[in-house]
Design a protein around this ligand. Structure first.
Ligand SMILES: NC(=O)c1ccc[n+]([C@@H]2O[C@H](COP(=O)([O-])OP(=O)(O)OC[C@H]3O[C@@H](n4cnc5c(N)ncnc54)[C@H](OP(=O)(O)O)[C@@H]3O)[C@@H](O)[C@H]2O)c1
Length: 386
């Protein structure tokens, strides 16, 4: 029998991290944990460590690290900081890294996994949005395998498998439309963070739930797909599908369209990223099409979702625009969560920051961080005057 695959889970205390642990514990003969990496949630990490028994726990927040001292099982080591997270990603014993931190904060530890030639399950889409060129080049250089965990990209991956890439005409991502698909646009100004986080189909972390409500999430996913599948802007599109059963489609030159369907539960793409074939049980409910609502599709209304207009400029432009798009969104999304700006100000802030950003090719990680910092500062300056 093969040895179980050893994992480092970045963002173990989050929604994707915990779903990964759920899958791991269903298959103890196949998966085991080397390290669990969290940020601030010490209480949850103590519970997870007791359940999973990893060799190492890393907290990237100093107070959370201090709070965990003496709270872990005796044989579990504890470390602090992003350097320790990077080391946990690149460790020789690790076979796979699940990249599930949120935001571009996840880039260094995920890139460390890529540079160590690991299999990387990529949920943390902001890595590819901010540094797609550097990231994919590193994967090639170091022989790392990047397997998408975003449900749409996992669907595309499956619909592409075994097919000729040159025959692909379109990659179509589906979007649920979020909680405000049918809400009167005039009332969107008054949306509260709690309303924006209440996604109709998916249970996710706060940031991505708000990104889904603004459709920034789909915009980020289109940029992610560009790098993952080496696709041209004109091959990428998105469509609203409120039931979130069809996750994506790939259209071929002969007019044939391959779709992947599953109940909306992240354990399906997670288990696929951990082991594609033979398929493993994931714990998600079976899809009974005769008992689900009819599957509907509709075009995305650009007026309601201006993020989808902005992303066209990002896809047509250079890397600096994608970095600014993501960084400004991270700042604005957090400011909305903190009650500092309204819901409609999120995308407006991103648009204003992009208007002030030069459209430039980015060659190095230093340049990535420099554009990222500049965009964050611009967004913060704008929010103060919002
Ligand atoms: N949830 C989904 O269904 C879903 C689907 C597709 C893609 N994704 C993507 O997966 C990623 C994670 O999403 P999620 O919903 O799981 O988010 P989440 O529930 O908010 O969890 C985020 C994780 O990242 C950690 N974290 C937060 N800030 C950090 C920082 N500055 N440095 C290091 N770690 C930090 C958190 O640690 P603490 O909690 O300990 O502070 C937590 O473990 C995102 O990029 C998202 O777009 C998620």
């Amino acid at each position: 029998m093969n040895k179980p695959m050893k994992l480092t889970i970045l963002g173990a205390t989050g929604s994707i991290g915990m779903s990964t642990i759920d899958v791991m514990l269903r298959h103890p003969d196949k998966f085991t944990a080397y390290a669990l990496v969290g940020h601030k949630n010490a209480t949850r990490m103590a519970e997870l460590a007791a359940k999973v028994h990893p060799e190492l726990v890393v907290m990237t927040d100093e107070d959370a690290y201090a709070a965990l001292k003496g709270k872990l099982p005796q044989d579990v080591k504890l470390a602090f900081g992003m350097d320790a997270a990077e080391a946990a990603s690149a460790h020789d014993d690790v076979d796979m890294v699940m990249a599930a931190m949120v935001g571009s904060a996840g880039l260094p530890a995920t890139l460390a996994a890529v540079r160590a030639g690991k299999r990387v399950g990529l949920a943390n889409k902001e890595c590819l949005v901010t540094a797609g060129r550097i990231f994919m080049q590193a994967a090639k250089t170091y022989g790392a395998e990047i397997v998408p965990v975003d449900s749409e990209h996992a669907a595309v991956h499956q619909a592409l498998a075994g097919h000729d890439r040159d025959s692909v005409t379109r990659i179509i991502l589906t979007a649920s439309g979020g909680p405000f698909r049918q809400r009167d646009p005039k009332t969107l100004r008054d949306v509260t963070p709690a309303e924006a986080i209440a996604h109709p189909n998916w249970s996710m972390g706060a940031k991505i739930s708000i990104d889904s409500a603004t459709m920034m999430n789909k915009a980020l996913e289109l940029i992610e797909a560009r790098w993952l599948f080496d696709a041209k802007a004109e091959q990428l599109s998105a469509i609203i599908h409120p039931q979130s059963i069809v996750h994506a489609m790939v259209e071929y030159r002969d007019g044939s369209v391959l779709a992947q369907l599953a109940m909306p539960d992240m354990r399906s793409p997670i288990v696929y990223a951990m082991q594609a074939e033979p398929r493993l049980e994931s714990g998600i409910p079976w899809l009974e099409l005769a008992q689900t609502q009819p599957l509907e599709f509709q075009a995305i209304d650009d007026e309601r979702f201006p993020a989808m207009v902005l992303v066209k400029a990002v896809l047509a432009g250079e890397d600096s625009l994608a970095i600014a798009f993501n960084a400004a969104n991270e700042v604005a999304n957090q400011a909305f969560q903190d009650g500092k700006i309204g819901f409609m100000d999120i995308v407006a802030t991103v648009e204003s920051v992009m208007a002030k950003t030069n459209n430039l090719y980015v060659k190095s990680l230093e340049e990535v961080w420099s554009f990222d910092a500049e965009a964050r500062q611009l967004a913060k300056d704008l929010i103060r005057i919002c």
